[in-house]
Design a protein around this ligand. Sequence first.
Ligand code: OGA
Ligand code: NI
Length: 352
Amino acid sequence: MVSAWPEPVVRVQSLSDSGIDSIPDSYVKPIYDRPLHMDISSNSNQPDNIPVIDLANLYSHDLTLRKTTMDLISDACRHWGFFQLINHGVSYHLMAEVRRVWREFFHLPLEKKQEYANSPATYEGYGSRLGVEKGAKLDWSDYFFLHFLPVSIRNESKWPQSCRELVSEYNEAVLKLCGKLMKIFSLNLGLEEENAFGGEQVVGASLRVNLYPKCPQPDLTLGISPHSDPGGITVLLPDHHVSGLQVRKDNAWLTVKPIPNAFIINLADQLEVVSNGQYKSVEHRVIVNSNQDRLSLAFFYNPRGDILIRPLLTDNEPPLYDQPMTFNDYRTFIRLNGLHGKSQVQSLKSPR
Ligand code: OGA
Ligand code: NI
């Protein structure tokens, strides 16, 4: 296990606050990775067309509406791997409060935040990079990462004291929502198990709060490099005042325009594996800007860590992902190597 960072950690927020007008070389991405590189077109001025699902319709008395909603979710999972979810049942007040306490955390003096500094052994705490490759290009963001499930690795004493109560309440609410989504996905896929990830007692869950400080040269860098999320389902609470999240749809990066109080649901790699590729995890990245910082909360709902995750097949289909891995091993790989698009989930397929 790697227990130390390869280079001294620099807080992006401190860099941003220092008033520099050019960014250090370590954040300057190669040309093909920059936001405006046209190899994959960045059509941020077009409508994003990302599906919007109204969850309340699933619980309507109108059975036709329920059925249409199940079908809309199925389409969104198959063709996008990504949708905005409205009327999801989580309290808007709770969402606003949890953002508020995290904003307050990031605006504490640096020495206070340093008490929570993380290491690559667990990633838990206040961090500024992913991956331990020396000399790697870095992303323009800081974060706070914490484990929520399984309970055996939950350690509230490592969470900022001012956030503890709300984080527990918020995570419980989002966890419940993930249980519902998992049930819907399993029904739509025709899987026997109601929760293909093991059920509420054994799944894993964690929270990553991202802060993207203002950047003097936003065209040269990214807030997060292109990646798909490693786990099962990600529930993202974006900042609806500032956009930044882009999803890759075919050969374009679409900028998401978040609906106030909606969640962004993002299918991740283990769901792609379990569904044998019927659902696709989606590649996404974050761009930054020079005017406003941006805060987001990403809740990761993951399969239990210690069993091999493989396709659950409904017919006689051949398994496409035939190099199964446990989620613990999968995540360790990313933690060492950093983010590289969808290369890791692709590596679970034998060449054919
Ligand atoms: C992530 C992520 C997107 C965002 O934390 O994995 O993709 O908008 N975040 O912050
Ligand atoms: Ni992500």
